[in-house]
Design a protein around this ligand. Structure first.
Ligand SMILES: *Cc1c(COP(=O)(O)O)cnc(C)c1O
Length: 349
């Protein structure tokens, strides 16, 4: 730590000057039996009549234990969408600064930047979806405040080389966000272990994928406390509701069950991968460390529509850079994968 000064200058002026909203729950966090400070309905049978903990400390302690980090380095958001938007609002001045993304990648970085009137600069990944460090640094300029790296990458499924990410953290004098939404499906270690060495690193994870709680809307950001403090200052005070906090707290006890599900999904991923490789119409199957597979197939449009007619929806990525004629299929249950494979085989005849 101690490099904050180097990066604090990146923070937008209005955010540096911000006095965050201070709620009743912020100002009193001890134990009391009579709560007459927040204009709540006092009848507890509603179950959710009280405002939730704005900083979700109980939950953060549990998550910290699970991830090997401290609560001060954790931000919990309403899906990953929230930290993505907050980071842009904290570090990028509209009409002036830019973010940098490595294409093809997750679409929300661009949408969040567009909404905030922040420019999006891009560098193409290689044909095998890896980062070309020289190409990246040739393309980056002084307006770039945040670089987004998605690893495992959506839609390609591959992980980025950790040494290259470390080089980037050292060379880039902006914020580096590593989106690890799919890390639980990967053999690669999380970058969370590097937080202590890099003040400009933010790692995103989510409960939407391996943890099976996409409907709950809960995403995580791990970073240096100075960045977490800024995110807390800018977020809506009660961004994670009480039901979510309680439910998640319980679900975190079930890490072993999640691991079992993940290993089943990985088995199925292998099966679908080898099936796709065996089809003559399939030109590329990209190795995946996530719970989906990207593949290039002849007549991709007809295959996509044909599957759709049978009620099987995959993601058509043909208009995405480097993904001409590519479809992305999520690994489902054994029965769902069987259906997908059966129909695609018929369509390829
Ligand atoms: C699915 C996904 C997320 C998760 O988004 P949530 O808002 O947490 O559901 C984040 N990043 C990537 C790359 C994803 O594919």
């Amino acid at each position: 730590m101690g490099k904050n000064k180097e990066y604090y200058k990146l923070v937008r002026d209005n955010i540096k000057k911000l006095t965050p909203y201070s709620s009743a729950r912020h100002e009193f966090s001890g134990h009391a039996s009579v709560h007459l400070d927040a204009n709540e309905n006092p009848f507890d049978y509603h179950m959710y009549n009280r405002y939730p903990d704005p900083l979700q400390w109980d939950l953060k302690k549990k998550i910290g234990k699970l991830k090997g980090t401290t609560p001060e380095t954790i931000f919990i958001g309403n899906g990953s969408d929230e930290p993505i938007d907050l980071l842009i609002r904290i570090f990028c001045t509209p009409g002036q600064d830019a973010i940098h993304v490595l294409e093809p990648t997750y679409g929300m970085y661009r949408v969040a930047a567009d909404i905030n009137d922040v420019e999006v600069h891009t560098t193409l990944l290689t044909e095998s979806f890896e980062i070309n460090e020289d190409r990246l640094f040739d393309n980056m300029d002084a307006h770039d405040r945040i670089l987004w790296i998605c690893s495992p990458n959506n839609p390609s499924g591959n992980v980025q080389d950790q040494q290259i990410m470390i080089n980037i953290l050292n060379r880039f004098d902006g914020i580096v966000v590593v989106d690890e939404a799919y890390i639980d499906f990967s053999k690669e270690a999380s970058m969370v272990s590097m937080l202590q060495d890099y003040d400009n690193l933010v790692v995103l994870q989510t409960f939407s994928k391996a943890w099976g709680m996409a409907g709950l809307r809960c995403g995580l950001a791990f970073s240096s406390p100075w960045i977490i403090d800024l995110m807390n200052a800018v977020k809506p005070p009660y961004n994670v509701n009480e039901f979510t906090q309680k439910y998640l707290s319980e679900q975190l006890e079930k890490a072993d069950e999640v691991r079992k599900e993940v290993s089943k999904i990985l088995q199925e991923r292998d099966r679908v991968f080898h099936f796709l490789e065996s089809l003559d119409a399939v030109e590329d199957v990209f190795p995946s460390e996530a719970n989906f597979i990207l593949f290039r197939i002849q007549n991709s449009q007809e295959i996509f529509s044909g599957l759709q007619e049978k009620g099987i929806i995959v993601r058509n990525r043909t208009n995405v850079p480097l993904c001409k004629d590519c479809l992305r299929v999520t690994i489902g249950t054994e029965a769902e994968n069987d259906q997908f494979m059966k129909q695609i085989k018929i369509l390829c005849k």
